[in-house]
Design a protein around this ligand. Structure first.
Ligand code: ASP
Length: 351
């Protein structure tokens, strides 16, 4: 009898417990689901291997990536727009000689720093970009002005510089952009190859076109508290580039794309292949029409579209639910993200 009472008692307790947990889960599902705000950045892909980078350099790069993430995250955290967040993150990297953008831009075949940048608003699908601009401290800021101030999307060369001057954008002397390491890379490439080496395949570029086969372009994608996605990219292009060559970074749909319905993307790598596959837009399209996850869409575009053509590089992105993803077919990619859920990651190598 004593056992029967104990049995009944335990039974009653477990029924109460089950009810209680049901109640809890009901309460949970009634609460509106909050989309985490987040920012993801890259500082370029390429032959980035631990054995090629000193511990001091590794620390310097990691700290700068974190500084860029924090700058963008602070904007989001205070309720700011994703467009302002990506711009803030990119400005940090453009102001550093560590990356191939702004101050650290590579030299073209004339020994000039010719830069490209773009930005896109996933809410309105509005976009702005500049290509082949010189002496502008923060090209992504001019891309933003193009988007916000005029109905054109892409301005190039002298015209873009005249436009920037009208808006009192900061210009810098050539000396600001001079970087001995970049200059030596240009000399090395020129010495080795002269001016006429045709580029056939990205795999050949490590020896005849690009220093260390490191791209160094910078990019950022963010989703804010309102669920708006923005993406932006800024670059000096490729060392020894010729004939006013323009890469993928200022091409909406190739180097940059944002759409609140799907995702935001920023690319880095041999731009020609990202243009030919419209890599960033293609990723969005796979999500929109084929129901791919962001992770699978990135993998599909890089490994089944870009790589078979001979291209290499990587992409970062986040989707409309604030899920962050990246992929690359190079040895490494400078990258990192921070989400309002508390995750904060910075990585350089293939892991
Ligand atoms: N995608 C850039 C370009 O082709 C290069 C890079 O990613 O560093 O101009």
């Amino acid at each position: 009898m004593k056992y029967l009472y104990t049995f009944l008692f335990l039974g009653l307790i477990s029924i109460a417990f089950i009810n209680c947990s049901n109640e809890k889960s009901e309460i949970k599902s009634d609460t509106p689901k909050e989309i985490p705000f987040a920012i993801v950045i890259h500082g370029g892909a390429g032959t980035i291997k631990k054995e090629f980078i000193s511990p001091e350099k590794e620390k310097e790069i990691t700290n700068k990536l974190q500084e860029a993430i924090d700058a963008g995250y602070a904007v989001l955290n205070s309720g700011g727009a994703s467009l302002d967040a990506v711009q803030a993150a990119i400005n940090v990297m453009e102001n550093s000689p560590l990356f191939n953008a702004g101050k650290g831009a590579v030299f073209n075949s004339d020994g000039k720093n010719e830069m490209d940048a773009s930005i896109m608003d996933g809410k309105t699908l509005n976009a702005g970009a500049v290509a082949g601009v010189q002496n502008i401290k923060n090209p992504v800021n001019v891309a933003r002005l193009v988007m916000d101030s005029i109905h054109h999307v892409l301005l190039s060369g002298k015209g873009a510089e005249t436009f920037a001057k009208k808006y009192n954008v900061q210009f810098e002397e050539d000396a600001y952009f001079y970087n001995e390491r970049r200059w030596n890379s240009l000399m090395k490439v020129k010495e080795k190859n002269g001016e006429t080496i045709p580029v056939k395949n990205a795999r050949d570029l490590s020896t005849n076109y690009v220093d260390d086969h490191k791209y160094g372009t910078v990019g950022a994608v963010a989703i804010d508290k309102s669920g708006n996605i923005a993406a932006a990219t800024s670059t000096g292009g490729m060392t020894n580039k010729k004939f006013n060559r323009i890469g993928d970074s200022p091409i909406i749909g190739a180097g940059t794309y944002a759409n609140n319905a799907t995702c935001g993307i920023s690319s880095t790598g041999t731009g020609e292949y990202f243009i030919r596959t419209l890599a960033a837009h293609e990723t969005s399209t796979l999500i929109q029409y084929k129901d791919y996850s962001l992770k699978n869409a990135l993998h599909e575009v890089i490994f089944n579209q870009i790589e078979p053509l001979g291209g290499d590089g990587g992409m970062i992105g986040l989707d409309k639910n604030g899920v962050v993803a990246w992929d690359f077919n190079t040895e490494g990619m400078y990258r990192g993200y921070k989400r309002s859920t508390g995750e904060n990651v910075v990585k350089l190598y293939h892991e």
